[in-house]
Design a protein around this ligand. Structure first.
Ligand SMILES: *Cc1c(COP(=O)(O)O)cnc(C)c1O
Length: 491
C-alpha cells in the first residue's frame, strides 16, 4: 500500500476537494445535502411537472433564493447547496414527471446520474491522455462498440472499422457531419451542397451557415418524410459535391425518412449520405423495431443522441462513421497535448476526436448504462415507450373531442382538441391550451405545425408514465379547451 495522496491539512479552512482517496468522504455529506434539497424542492412543486405562475413568479423565487450572488463572505457549502439546489429543483421542469412530455427532454436514469457524479468528481479531461488515461481507453472501447451497432448491418467492406465521436448532442454531431463532408471535398475546391427535407432539424441549416457552405436546398416532405421524387430531381439538377441529410426520428412527429431508398439515390447520384438519428437511433436495441432503421448502415455519418431515447443526463451525443479513417480531417496537433514524439511513443492522441479541447468523460455514464441494462433492457424500454405512444394515439383517435394527427412511428403523438360538435378550433386556442397548462404548471406539452395546422405534441420518454396519467392529461386538455372557448377563466 502506498500512502494516500494529498491528505487534508488538519484544521485546514481550505475547501475540501472531490478527488483522491479523501474526496469521497468530503463528498458524502454534501451529496446527502444535495439529495435532501432535491427532495424538498420537488415537494415544493406539489406534484406539478413545472413551477406554477410562469416566468415572472419563477424569476422572483430565484432572485430571493440566489441573492446575493457573490456575498462578501461565503455562506458555506451546506447553506449554498441547500438554498440553490432547492430553488432549482422547486423551479424545475421535471422530465421525471409523467405530464412533462413536450420535448426530447429525457428523464435521466438514476444509474446514469450516479455515474455522472463520478465523472464530475474525477474530472478527467479528454484532450490528452495524461488528463484521462482510463477515460480515454473507455471512450475508445465504447464508441467503437456503439458505432459497430450502427454499422452492424453494413455490407462487409463498407464498415471496416466503425468509430464514433462523443459530442454534446445532435447539434454538434450534425455540425461535424457537415464538416467531414466539406473536408472530404476540400481538395476539389471545397464546398458541399447540403440537400435536406423541410422537416430536417434546424441545426443542419445552422451548421451549413457556420461552415460557410451554401444554404441547404430544401426538398418537400409532404407526408412528414423526404419526398423521394423531389429528392431525385434535386440531386439530378444540382452540381458539385452533394450531401443528403436525412432524418430518423423528426423532432416534430418522430417520422423516419425512407432510408434505403435515399441511400440508393445517394449512390446513384454520387452524393454523400448523412442520417440524423438523434432521436431514432436507439431503435437499434429493439429486435421488434430495428428494421425501421434499415439503410442506416449505408450512411457516411450518423448522429445519435443518448440524452433523448437513451435516458442519459445531458450531454450524451455521438457521431458514428463506418470507418475510423473518415475522422482524419479532424487531426490536429498542439505540442503541449499531442506532440508527435509523444504520439509516436504510444500516448493516445485525443485532440482529433473532437473540436473541443477540455472535454468531460460523458462516456462513463453511457458505458455504465449500457452495461447495467444490456441490449434487452434498453430495447425493452424503447419498445415500452413506442407501445405507450401507440396506445395514447388509439385513445386520442377514439376520443370524441380530440383529433389525432397520425399513428406514431416513435414516441411522439400529435393531437388537438376539437370544439363542440367536432367544429375545428383555431390554432390560437390550441396554442392557448398549451400556455395555460405551462402557467398552471399542470403539464408540459410541446407544439408542432403539421399539415398546415398547429398541434399539441407529446413526446413520451418517461417509462414510468401510465395510461391513467395520459388519460388524465387528455381530460385536462379537453376541459381546458372548453373553458377557453367559452372565454371564461380556466379551472
Ligand atoms: C434533438 C435533435 C437534434 C439536436 O440535438 P441536441 O442534442 O439538442 O443538440 C438534432 N436533430 C434531431 C433530429 C433531434 O431530435
Amino acid at each position: 500500500m502506498t500512502t494516500p495522496p494529498h491528505p487534508p491539512t488538519p484544521g485546514s479552512s481550505l475547501p475540501p476537494l472531490a478527488g483522491g482517496t479523501h474526496g469521497p468522504d468530503a463528498l458524502r455529506p454534501l451529496v446527502a445535502t444535495v439529495l435532501d434539497a432535491l427532495a424538498s424542492g420537488a415537494a415544493e412543486r406539489r406534484g406539478r411537472p413545472l413551477p406554477a405562475g410562469g416566468p415572472e413568479a419563477t424569476a422572483a423565487h430565484v432572485l430571493a433564493a440566489a441573492t446575493p450572488v457573490l456575498p462578501e463572505h461565503g455562506a458555506g457549502a451546506g447553506e449554498a447547496l441547500t438554498a440553490l439546489v432547492h430553488s432549482m429543483a422547486a423551479g424545475a421542469a421535471d422530465p421525471g414527471h409523467p405530464l412533462c412530455a413536450a420535448h426530447l427532454h429525457t428523464p435521466p436514469l438514476a444509474v446514469a446520474v450516479a455515474a455522472d457524479l463520478a465523472a464530475s468528481a474525477l474530472n478527467q479531461s479528454l484532450d490528452s491522455w495524461d488528463q484521462a488515461p482510463a477515460a480515454a481507453a473507455l471512450e475508445a472501447l465504447v464508441t467503437r462498440a456503439l458505432a459497430a451497432e450502427v454499422y452492424r448491418a453494413a455490407t462487409p467492406g463498407h464498415a471496416p472499422s466503425p468509430d464514433a465521436l462523443v459530442t454534446t448532442g445532435g447539434t454538434e454531431s450534425n455540425q461535424l457531419a457537415l464538416l467531414l463532408a466539406r473536408e472530404a471535398h476540400a481538395r476539389t475546391g471545397g464546398g458541399v451542397q447540403v440537400v435536406t427535407g423541410e422537416h430536417t432539424h434546424h441545426s443542419v441549416t445552422r451548421a451549413a451557415w457556420l461552415l460557410g457552405l451554401p444554404e441547404p436546398v430544401t426538398v418537400p416532405a409532404p407526408g412528414g418524410t423526404l419526398d423521394l421524387a423531389a429528392l431525385d430531381d434535386a440531386l439530378t439538377t444540382l452540381r458539385g459535391p452533394l450531401l443528403v441529410a436525412a432524418t430518423a426520428g423528426t423532432t416534430d412527429t418522430g417520422a423516419i425518412d425512407p432510408l434505403p431508398a435515399i441511400a440508393d439515390l445517394c449512390a446513384r447520384h454520387g452524393a454523400r449520405f448523412h442520417v440524423d438519428a438523434a432521436y431514432g437511433a436507439p431503435l437499434l436495441f429493439s429486435p421488434r423495431r430495428a428494421h425501421l432503421l434499415d439503410g442506416l448502415a449505408r450512411a457516411h455519418t450518423v448522429t445519435l443522441d443518448l440524452h433523448k431515447l437513451g435516458w442519459q443526463p445531458v450531454a450524451a451525443g455521438l457521431l458514428a462513421v463506418p470507418d475510423t479513417t473518415l475522422l482524419a480531417p479532424l487531426e490536429h496537433t498542439a505540442d503541449y497535448l499531442n506532440a508527435d514524439d509523444d504520439t509516436e511513443a504510444g500516448l493516445p492522441d485525443l485532440l482529433g476526436r473532437s473540436l473541443r479541447t477540455t472535454r468531460r468523460p460523458d462516456i462513463l455514464k453511457i458505458a455504465v448504462t449500457l452495461r447495467a441494462l444490456g441490449r434487452t433492457g434498453l430495447g425493452a424500454l424503447v419498445d415500452h415507450l413506442c407501445d405507450s405512444a401507440q396506445e395514447l394515439a388509439e385513445a386520442i383517435a377514439k376520443h370524441p373531442r380530440l383529433e389525432l394527427y397520425e399513428t406514431p412511428t416513435l414516441t411522439t403523438v400529435l393531437f388537438r382538441p376539437t370544439g363542440p360538435g367536432d367544429t375545428p378550433l383555431p390554432d390560437t386556442t390550441v396554442a392557448a391550451v398549451r400556455r395555460t397548462l405551462l402557467t398552471e404548471g399542470a403539464a408540459v406539452l410541446g407544439r408542432a405545425r403539421a399539415g398546415g395546422r398547429l398541434w399539441l405534441k407529446t413526446t413520451l420518454l418517461n417509462p414510468h408514465t401510465t395510461p391513467d396519467d395520459l388519460g388524465a392529461l387528455l381530460t385536462r386538455v379537453e376541459r381546458l379547451a372548453d373553458t377557453l372557448v367559452e372565454g371564461s377563466t380556466p379551472r
